[in-house]
Write a protein that binds this ligand. Structure first.
Ligand code: SAM
Length: 196
């Protein structure tokens, strides 16, 4: 279930920057709308599995936005990030941040690439402030060789259940599924959990 076709080091696969969008514009706009409703300017944010885009509203300045991903050129091209970090979560699930550092941790269209999700979600809970939230935004596109088999074989509602289980075992609560799929565009399935 957590295996994948290409289990070679992620550093090789992500060595070339991909300055592309992975989902439709309408779906991206909906993520931005959700962030506008959910996040506050005084928040410290962690965009996990980040790239050259974070989908945050460009007219809001957040206290600090950290991006963690696999490709430094992509992260350096992301104008919304105040701090960037290359870090392979499949090799080292431990996050290099102090306890209770962030008001929100976001993962956008990347959850399917985690091979050690339970360890990562324990870490997400650790670095979230009390009352902080984890937001996982999923759709239906993926790099098939790098996505774990669960996300290629399970039906969408079971993938949602799986991510809820990641959050539950990580110690998050008030876990909810929010369907924000725009019409005639890639779906947007959001799972949110709170560190209460
Ligand atoms: C489909 S892209 C999505 C990027 C961005 N979140 C977005 O919304 O466009 C997948 C991202 O997952 C990141 N990623 C994949 N494997 C990773 C790993 N083992 N550790 C950390 N990040 C990883 C890559 O750096 C890449 O930016």
């Amino acid at each position: 279930m957590f295996n994948r076709q290409d289990d070679s080091a992620d550093e090789a696969f992500y060595s070339t920057p991909r300055m592309v969008n992975h989902i439709d514009d309408a779906t991206i706009n909906e993520i931005t709308r959700f962030y506008r409703e959910t996040l506050a300017p005084e928040d410290e944010l962690l965009d996990l599995m980040s790239s050259w885009v974070s989908h945050l509203p460009v007219d809001v300045t957040y206290r600090k936005v950290t991006g963690l991903g696999m490709n430094l050129d992509e992260l350096n091209a992301n104008a919304l990030l105040d701090q960037v970090l290359v870090h392979n979560l499949n090799k080292t699930p431990a996050l290099p941040f102090s306890d209770a550092s962030f008001n929100a941790v976001m993962i956008v269209v990347s959850i399917q690439y985690l091979t050690r999700p339970f360890e990562v979600f324990k870490e997400i809970q650790r670095v979230l402030k009390p009352g902080g939230r984890c937001i996982v935004a999923m759709s239906h596109r993926l790099f098939p060789t790098k996505a774990i088999f669960a996300f290629q074989t399970l039906a969408p509602q079971d993938r949602v259940q799986l991510v809820k289980e990641y959050m539950r075992r990580g110690g998050l609560s008030e876990i909810e599924f929010i369907d924000r799929s725009p019409e005639k565009a890639d779906p947007l399935w959001i799972i949110q959990g709170i560190n209460s």
